[in-house]
Design a protein around this ligand. Structure first.
Ligand code: FE
Length: 151
């Protein structure tokens, strides 16, 4: 009977995975590509101009590649010239966590997914919009959900 329940739990776990803060590293290694794992879980930065969303301007929503949390809307995306997808605002402040980052002997503000803790990028105070923010995000950390056509 014990084995039976363990089997059911494994089945449920594998068919309906809920990726969040308590997902173990081993699970992330299985779910993510090596590049996604290195950016999202280890905080690496993709090379500038290398990401698939750097020059991507379709209408829709950018979500966390690791857990699917909604992060940025296409209406806030702009070309910062830095080589990384840049946004003037976040969809919902509750969907991200901001953390002081003192790596490389400078102070930056790191942006993490609030649901799963994945590293997304950094936010700077030199943005063009009313918020004055520039959310500088790795393409690797993002997935894109196109807006539905309205007829
Ligand atoms: Fe996430």
């Amino acid at each position: 009977m014990k084995t039976f329940f363990a089997g059911i739990m494994t089945l449920l776990g594998s068919t309906n995975p809920e990726y969040n803060m308590s997902t173990p590293q081993d699970e992330w290694k299985k779910k993510l590509t090596p590049e996604q794992y290195s950016v999202c879980r280890l905080g690496a930065t993709e090379s500038p101009f290398s990401g698939k969303y750097n020059k991507h301007y379709e209408k829709g929503t950018y979500v966390c590649v690791a857990c699917g949390q909604e992060l940025f809307g296409s209406e806030t995306k702009f070309d910062s010239g830095t080589g990384w997808p840049s946004f003037s605002d976040v969809k919902n402040n509750k969907n991200v966590i901001l953390k002081d980052d003192y790596a490389f002997n400078m102070h930056r503000v790191e942006v993490l997914c609030a649901k799963c803790g994945s590293h997304l990028g950094h936010v700077f105070d030199d943005g063009p919009g009313p918020s004055g923010k520039r959310w500088c995000i790795n393409s690797t950390s993002l997935d894109f959900v196109p807006a539905k056509e309205t007829k």
